[in-house]
Design a protein around this ligand. Structure first.
Ligand code: DGP
Length: 110
């Protein structure tokens, strides 16, 4: 089912986009939890990690590589966190797979 992130992909609602290619889109989180907080999403509508199929393997790899490239672009040479919330118990609010890139403040998430 289309979520608010599909509307961002389709430019129906605005977002501060920092990276885009054929497979993924990255934009700043509207409610940042760190000085740098970017969401990387696949353009394909995939609800969550739990909804991935084998054919999505390259998409996920592509998104993770995008996280690393954007981290470098954002100057996060000292390190950063990548977080993926999955499902209700995992605190996922938007039902479109997304990778949080968090950086700019020292934090240990696990
Ligand atoms: P999660 O809890 O993992 O589903 O995180 C969803 C994140 O998405 C949350 O940190 C806030 C962000 N978010 C929700 N709606 C919007 C929006 O319309 N624009 C932007 N830029 N971020 C959004």
């Amino acid at each position: 089912m289309p979520s608010i992130f599909s509307k961002i992909i389709d430019r129906e609602i605005p977002a501060d986009i920092v990276f885009e290619d054929d497979v993924c889109l990255a934009f700043r989180d509207i409610n940042p939890k760190a000085p740098v907080h970017v969401l990387v999403i696949p353009k394909k509508e995939i609800e969550s990690l739990a909804h991935l199929s084998d054919e999505d393997e390259s998409i996920v790899g592509h998104c993770v590589l995008a996280v690393a490239k954007i981290a470098a672009q954002e100057g996060l040479a000292d390190g950063y966190n990548m977080v993926v919330n999955c499902g209700q118990a995992g605190g996922q609010e938007v039902p479109h797979l997304h990778f949080h890139l968090l950086g700019g403040a020292k934090q240990t998430l696990v």
